[in-house]
Design a protein around this ligand. Sequence first.
Ligand code: ADP
Ligand code: MG
Ligand code: MG
Length: 939
Amino acid sequence: MAKTQKYVYFFGGKKAEGKADMKALLGGKGANLAEMVNIGLPVPAGFTITTEVCTYYYKNNHKYPKELKAQVLDALKKVEKEMGAVFGDPKNPLLVSVRSGARASMPGMMDTILNLGLNDVTVQGLIEKTNNPRFAYDSYRRFVQMYGDVVLGLKPKDKHEHDPFEVIIENKKHAKGVKLDTELTADDLKELVHEFKTAIKEKTGHDFPDDPMEQLWGAIGAVFGSWMNERAIVYRKLNNIPEWWGTAVNVQSMVFGNMGEDSGTGVAFTRDPATGENVFYGEYLFNAQGEDVVAGIRTPHPISELAKENPALYKQLDNIRKILEKHYKDMMDIEFTIQQGKLWMLQCRVGKRTGFAAIKMAVDMVKERLISKEEAILRIEPNQLNQLLRPIFDSEEKKKAVESGRLIAKGLNAGPGAASGKVALSAQDAEEMAKNGDKVILVRIETSPEDIKGMNAAEGILTARGGMTSHAALVARQMGKVCVAGCGALKINYADRSITVEGRDDVLIKEGDYISIDGSTGEVILGKLETKPSEVIQVLITKTLNPKDSPTFQTYNSLMNWADSIRRLKVRTNADQPDQASNAIAFGAEGIGLCRTEHMFFGENRIMSVRKMIVADTVEERKAALSELLPLQREDFEGIFRVMKGYPVTIRTLDPPLHEFLPHTEKEINELAQALGISYETLKAKIDSLHEFNPMLGFRGCRLGVLYPEITEMQARAIIEAAINVMNEGIKVKPEIMIPLVGHVNEFKLQEDIVRRVAAEVMQEKGKKIDYLVGTMIELPRAAVTADEIATRAEFFSFGTNDLTQTTFGLSRDDAGKFLPLYVQQEILPADPFETIDQQGVGKLVEMGTKLGRSSRPNLKVGICGEHGGEPASVEFCHRTGLDYVSCSPFRVPIARLAAARAVLNERTTKTTKSKATAKPKAKSAGKTKAKAKKKSTK
Ligand code: ADP
Ligand code: MG
Ligand code: MG
């Protein structure tokens, strides 16, 4: 007999039906509530309705499975028993909250209803039970307000309209001659309840339901409904949360933080989510309920104050902190409520953190033996490393600004880093200004979930109200934005679009003015302020900081060493100049994967020779121009070989369409005509004749060298001469000459023959031999599908995935701006294929090219040198496909190193046999990588 499906899971007392690893079914909140029950923490009893019900609800026209009702009633009975109160009972009413809870946390995106079960009868029961009419009516009016908003739909129509309930409260306070909500009496609150209900009826046509059971089902429906509200949809998009996951609904008995001064509510992190420091970190408010802390309406107190105010309570809480970290082995984000001195846990989840904190905590936890190195690596998203590399304000500049009185206020240091930009006072404005290319600081009294698009567009976020766990702070940290929160001195006037500052009559900031914020210190500074490199950059690149003086660098370094000891894939860099190359080495690069010779052509006193070469009419003229270029190129290569100290250097022969180098303005054309001793008209005609309709597919790549072999000759000579010269200085060199845009093996042969002939000549002339390779870039589909033929001659492949993406999709990146964003937005393509490699299409060509190439040359070296080489998902793909290395821009090298290590670890867990087979022959070189990495890290 088929068992009826279980849709409802009880938690409470000593045992829950769910547990932490059931997030897919119970949502994160439900699963962790169950887990906390199971590890003995105090949790108010309740039950979770599964995400499967949500899916069912949307598939079946907002209906529930027929078994649901009985299961809910059943679970409710258990809750009543556990809590010793009865739902809807006039004497001893059980009140509940109805809470959303998706698999991944979506803070504040969906709706919660508190104090459900109250009506004119049960409120009397609550009064008798608590002997506190004010509390009872306060709870009642909060319930009517939330229910009226969330379930019955009475809310402001646009950003200019005030919240209708708040308007009624304001009127009431005015009528009673009081200022604070807390000054309203029980009778006032009772009147509010009535007025709220009347307003709901008038404006929405709905009667407020008195029947608790009707209230409950209304709330459950609204929570499922909130899965599809606009802000939840936007949030899911931004965070890659699939729609089909659905949300669970948690129904939980209420505990009250608003029962007087021995009650309260708070949120905390088991470590500092901004810096990662191992300190208890959080905020609380006495005599407050639920959202009061997070909403930023009152600025709460730091948890450290609780240690003084109520040491016993603090100890309880700190003990829970320890239990949680030991159990979850991670930093946890908790919500708690204290009801008349008793502590209750309402939520816990793995805490969101800045990239900075993520790295510090992961490294610390390895050192505390809480987790392994492997776990630490898996915990850090490679892109989070950006935050260690992110600019800070130049301290001299800042000091000057402070001395000249530009430090206008200080708030909480909620999201580290430095940001400077134009003030935007609404999320919409921020979006628009950012679209126009401005750097923007979004300044709000407080932010709400509706603001996330604007927050995403801003460089930094500044709020006047709210604490370290306010919405602004939470979301900013997750997005990696600089954030200063709760800067109370700011008086933000939305109507005038301006800001004044308490105690600073001289300051008036208008929307559009420059402002600077330091998210590491909380400082707000008037005007623009230059930023400077982070500590890691100061140690590695500018060499202005001693590694010993920078704990941040040490953390970074430990992590990178662990990554290097795990990864198989090598990481090279794309660099055209010695300084770029040496930066990349400092970041851990193990070679150059792409050196674009043409980037050197734009340098002073070079471009003229290049232009002469292009417009030359005869071979002699061209050779003359090339001989001017030869010593310059040689010098460039020498510079690069010197800094690369024996690491492989892949140099690509000339690639771009020639017209890119031609003069465009009349003045420039005149100058060139004069230098060549020809007329303006003749030169103009020549330039026009070089015009191409589709340069991307035109006269470029190896086609240049096929038509003008002397170009390849010159470049080969420059490379080999440079290599021998540097070798003669006692430095190892490893040149790899790369022929671009090969589509047919015959193109490659022609170019290779030239390179080998010239190399032999140079070696003969110099009487020295050097090792070098000749290989090709695979960036045309034809090259990928005939890779076996090409590999009979080519000694290495480098997938140029930028061009390969263009040629595979048949689209030009330069012209794709019109439609590609739309493709991504409408999910016609899952992602921008220039950002992350299109694994199904372009990736298949990479796989095929690698396999075919190695079928004719088993030791073929294969790498990738498109932008993708530093993008984590693409790096993982390259690892799985058995490539030898990725190559990326210098600042992405650390990201690629970490991504490569994660690829190994992820592979261990998924065990895809296919990619293992291709990865195997590389086991030897992996050993070498490790040795080299170790050596490097000790110097
Ligand atoms: P979110 O997912 O937006 O954080 P929650 O479901 O956690 O929403 O609810 C928001 C707040 O409401 C919680 O932080 C908590 O303070 C309060 N709350 C929810 N359920 C209860 C309850 N059963 N008793 C007391 N307070 C509650
Ligand atoms: Mg919550
Ligand atoms: Mg290319």
